[in-house]
Design a protein around this ligand. Structure first.
Ligand SMILES: [Zn+2]
Ligand SMILES: [Zn+2]
Length: 417
């Protein structure tokens, strides 16, 4: 197993100039750890009054966890089935803290963890995440995607002090959730391309070592694709480790940049639009995986161009805001008074095209990623995950405007194709 303490220490004083920090004190991955949770919290000096948040499924998966907390004064809040974390959920946890709760133990995955992560950051209290499925890579990150009025925004939030993964429980997680974790991980190849391209064309901060950490984690998981859906403790532990590593990479930059590119923005677009239509979105990693394949195919096609002619981006804002409908005012804020591509010189793209092609070619082929996803049990087409042709055509064209972050997709809007 990775020595996380050593890893975090090794990234301090990096030559890139960024301060790579990760506030996690203790990461435990092992069989039967659900029976040790109380002791682990005590070892980490958690205060007596704690709130346990979970939903009916996750508290059942972590059966026995409450019995280990006999030395604590425990309040519980069990959601029915929390699939979409909203600002109300954040406020709910904050209210508990205002009434004297000194720490939070969140039992589940993303949607349970995210409100706790943000509330604990706002109120400055310790947080322990107990993972019940290796379904996404947000465990170690400093941000929380929260939905507010149907708009999903990634807020700065708290990196937990303690993370616990019981491999017995992780291995028993539903296959769909494990496949979702794989889908969330394969997206790192796009994240890497987008970050590198942006660093090449703008002065966005970038670190080769953090990028390499993400790459190491996703390559590792690619090798395990055929074991992802098995009920195997060793594999489940290894998947969880990979997910934590990319989470730590994101905490090192305090942005999601090392682990999320334009494929995540497109998946957010889907999610927001579906929320507006009262549709419960798919598991994050399921949508992200399919989005990754679409973007990867497009990027690999771009890489076939030997040279390019570039121009300033021409945006028909009226159409763009029309497409966003109720979300338009939020999108407008991200694109006024200027938009992310304004500062890019088209000539620079033409001159550096060779380097951009090299960046694209540095990640595995579309075909390799497609077959890995298939063996990992992931859906691979947007029809399989309930999206229509028109909806996806629209999302592909317009998703980049909902985030102020440069991607190769956005750069491609500046090319004469
Ligand atoms: Zn660095
Ligand atoms: Zn993700």
């Amino acid at each position: 197993m990775t020595d996380f303490k050593k890893l975090i220490n090794d990234y301090k004083n990096c030559s890139c100039g960024m301060k790579h920090e990760c506030a996690i004190n203790d990461i435990r991955i092992g069989s039967g750890l659900v029976y040790e949770v109380g002791n682990i919290l005590k070892e980490n000096n958690f205060p007596k009054k704690i709130l346990v948040t979970a939903d009916k499924n996750t508290i059942k998966a972590a059966d026995g966890i409450l019995d280990t907390l006999s030395d604590f004064e425990v309040s519980t809040y069990i959601y029915d089935n929390l699939r979409v974390a909203t600002m109300d959920d954040v406020r709910l946890v904050e209210d508990f803290i205002d009434k004297g709760i000194g720490a939070v133990l969140a039992v589940g995955t993303g949607s349970i963890h995210d409100p706790a992560r943000m509330a604990c950051a706002n109120k400055n209290v310790p947080l322990c995440l107990f993972a019940t499925a290796p379904s996404m890579d947000g465990f170690a990150s400093y941000s929380a995607p929260i939905v507010d009025s149907c708009f999903k925004i990634t807020y700065p939030a708290k990196c937990p002090e303690v993370i616990i993964g019981d491999t017995k429980i992780l291995a028993k997680a539903p296959a769909e959730l494990k496949s979702a974790g794989f889908g969330d991980m394969i997206s790192k190849y796009i994240a890497i391309i987008d970050w590198k391209v942006s660093a090449l064309l703008t002065n966005e901060s970038y670190c080769d070592r953090v990028c390499a950490l993400t790459r190491f984690a996703v390559d590792n998981l690619m090798k395990m694709a055929d074991k992802v859906t098995l009920e195997d403790e060793e594999t489940a532990g290894a998947i969880f480790e990979s997910l934590l590593l990319t989470g730590i990479a994101m905490s090192f930059t305090k942005t999601s940049r090392p682990g999320s590119g334009t494929e995540h923005i497109q998946a957010h677009y889907w999610e927001c639009k579906e929320l507006l239509d009262n549709i419960v979105p798919n598991y994050h990693g399921i949508d992200v995986g399919v989005s990754t394949l679409m973007i990867l195919k497009y990027y690999k096609e771009l890489a076939l161009l030997k040279s390019v002619k570039a121009h300033k981006e021409v945006n028909d804002w009226e159409t763009i805001y029309n497409v966003y409908g109720e979300l338009a005012s939020d999108v407008k804020k991200l694109n006024t008074p200027d938009t992310i591509t304004d500062a890019i010189d088209p000539k620079d793209i033409e001159d550096k095209w060779g380097e951009i092609v090299e960046i694209i070619n540095s990640v595995p082929s579309y075909e390799d990623c497609l077959s890995a996803m298939k063996v990992a049990g992931c859906p691979v087409t947007y029809n399989q995950i309930g999206k229509s042709d028109d909806f996806v055509k629209e999302s592909f064209a317009y998703h980049p405007y909902m985030r102020r972050r440069l991607s190769l997709k956005r750069v491609s809007h500046m090319l004469d194709l």
